[in-house]
Design a protein around this ligand. Structure first.
Ligand code: SAM
Ligand code: DTB
Ligand code: SF4
Length: 344
């Protein structure tokens, strides 16, 4: 690889305040350039990612975000990885939207445990306007507890992101999931463009964007480069980038997918860090299956956020006690302090 294969990026000490020159350079990560990153010798890739990470963040600080499924199951979409789709028999039952009292209790517990962000997921294809009113109430509840609020509700129609913003929403999560040329292998009920349109609506409303994808669905390394390129080349790249590792759920079409080499997950994290220097890169689904050593490598690759709490939406996550032990062993701290580990 020559130095011309990779587009270098300016160092900015003011994350997210971009200049026109910045925009022109950020343009732009070709799939080839990201593929070249992913093909670097592992130690070279780690070195590059660490350098970028340390220019923009405290390398030992990790954001803790807690997830809650506020509307579980019964989703009409056919995402091949998802335990909440009605198309697959996974044993997940459809439930109604949670009441605000239950959400408040969960948010308070998350704050006590040291989380700073609270993400609420709903298994909808697209919320109706009356759903937005109900979720706006949940967002106000989370803000009242003193946490950043994020929701993931599926595709948004015109005007809905503004209503969530007015309730105090900080982030909207909507994943691109994979490269455009792999998407048809996984989902048939909505298009890639639908996802990009929702991200555009979120951005235009002034709500921060959380968008990432999943590795381990049978995609190639080049497809993984294609996913990172899509995210990094958005008009403004996401503030938050969750990198999920497929959780294989019995009953879904991807249940028997062969295991992906864990270093591939770490490589994608490094590529996300290098191409989106000021984003929070989050270790998301599949962390429990990776073990401590692989997670430590993922932090070295530039991950600086995790889902923290005993459960993701319906599947498991490392329990809080296990995470605290790991953070202590690695010297990881968080902004709000982690009871028993740092700060309080
Ligand atoms: N229904 C909404 C949507 O899809 O936009 C929000 C919830 S959905 C569960 C959020 C994301 O979780 C998906 O886009 C996908 O990236 C991730 N996800 C779901 N099931 C997963 C699994 N089994 N393994 C890894 N990631 C998963
Ligand atoms: C994201 O990228 N991953 C989270 C969150 N955003 C909503 C969800 C992971 C779900 C894993 C499978 C489950 O528990 O349903
Ligand atoms: Fe699951 Fe979301 Fe897809 Fe519905 S839209 S099947 S909840 S990932």
């Amino acid at each position: 690889m020559t130095s011309n294969d990779l587009i270098e990026h300016p160092v900015t000490l003011h994350p997210r305040r971009s200049t026109a020159a910045d925009e022109a350079v950020r343009e732009r990560w070709s799939v080839d350039a990201i593929d070249a990153l992913l093909n670097l010798p592992f130690n070279d890739l780690m070195w590059r990612a660490q350098q970028v990470h340390r220019q923009h963040f405290d390398a030992n600080e990790v954001e803790l975000a807690t997830l809650l499924s506020v509307k579980t199951g019964g989703c009409p979409e056919d995402c091949g990885y998802c335990p909440q789709s009605v198309h697959y028999d996974t044993g997940v039952k459809a439930e109604k939207l949670m009441a605000s009292g239950e959400v408040r209790a969960a948010a308070e517990a998350a704050r006590q445990a040291g989380a700073t962000r609270f993400c609420m997921g709903a298994a909808w294809r697209a919320p109706k306007d009356r759903d937005i009113d109900a979720v706006a109430e949940l967002v106000r509840t989370v803000k009242d507890v003193g946490l950043e609020a994020c929701v993931t509700l599926g595709m948004l129609a015109e005007g809905q992101a503004e209503r969530l913003r007015d309730a105090g929403l900080d982030y909207y999560n909507h994943n691109l999931d994979c490269a455009p040329d792999f998407y048809g292998e996984v989902i048939s009920t909505r298009d890639y463009q639908d996802r990009l349109d929702t991200l555009g609506r979120v951005r235009d409303a002034g709500v921060k964007v959380c968008s990432g994808g999943i590795v381990g669905m049978g995609e190639s390394r080049r497809h993984r480069a294609g996913l990172v390129a899509q995210l990094a080349n958005l008009p403004e790249y996401p503030e938050s980038v969750p990198i999920n590792h497929l959780v294989k759920v019995e009953g879904t079409p991807l249940a028997d997918q062969p295991d992906l080499d864990p270093f591939e997950w770490v490589r994608v994290i490094a590529a996300a860090r290098i191409t989106m220097p000021t984003a929070r890169v989050r270790l998301s689904a599949g962390r429990q299956q990776q073990g401590d050593a692989v997670q430590a490598l993922a932090f070295l690759a530039g991950a600086n956020s995790v889902f923290y709490g005993d459960k993701l939406l319906v599947t498991g996550n490392p329990d809080v006690a296990a995470d605290r032990t790991l953070f202590k062993r690695l010297g990881i701290v968080s902004r709000a302090g982690i009871p028993g580990v740092s700060g309080r």
